[in-house]
Design a protein around this ligand. Sequence first.
Ligand code: SME
Length: 153
Amino acid sequence: MNCDYDLMTRQMVGFAETDPHYIPLLANVSALLYQSMDDLNWAGFYLMRGGRLVLGPFQGQTACIHIPLGKGVCGTAALTNKTVRVANVHEFEGHITCDSRSLSEIVIPLRDSDGKVVGVLDMDSPVEDRFSGADQAGLEGLCRLLETVISWV
Ligand code: SME
C-alpha cells in the first residue's frame, strides 16, 4: 500500500501558496489525504480550543465534536504530544467510536512554533493495522511541513 508522500507534500505546499489560512488549507489537506490513500474511512483534523479538541475540517462520516485531552486516541496524542498508531482500536482502552467501521487509526499532533500542541491529524481505516511505520514517517513529515506553512489567524 504505497503512497506518494512527496507528491502530497508538493500539493499541500501549492495549497498553502494560494492561501495559508487554516480553514481552506486543512480542508484541502484532509481531502488530499482521503483521496490519495487507500482504505480510509476518515481523515481530518481536531483543533485545540478552550483546553479540549474540537472537530475541524475533515472527510468522512459525521464525527464527535468535542474530545477532552487524554480521552480516546486523539486526546491521548494531544496530551502526550506524540503520534499514536493503533493497529486495532478495539484493543485501545478508551477509544472513541465515531464510525463503527474503524479498525485502525493514526493520530499525529500538530504544534505551534513553541512546540505546543494546537491540534491533531486523525486518520481512520476499516482495515486492521492499515498504517505502517513508513506511513507514520510520511504523515509526520507532512505534518511538520504543514506546521511551517499554515496561518492560524
Ligand atoms: N477515533 C478517535 C475519535 C475521533 S473519530 O475517529 C473521527 C479517538 O478515539 O480519538
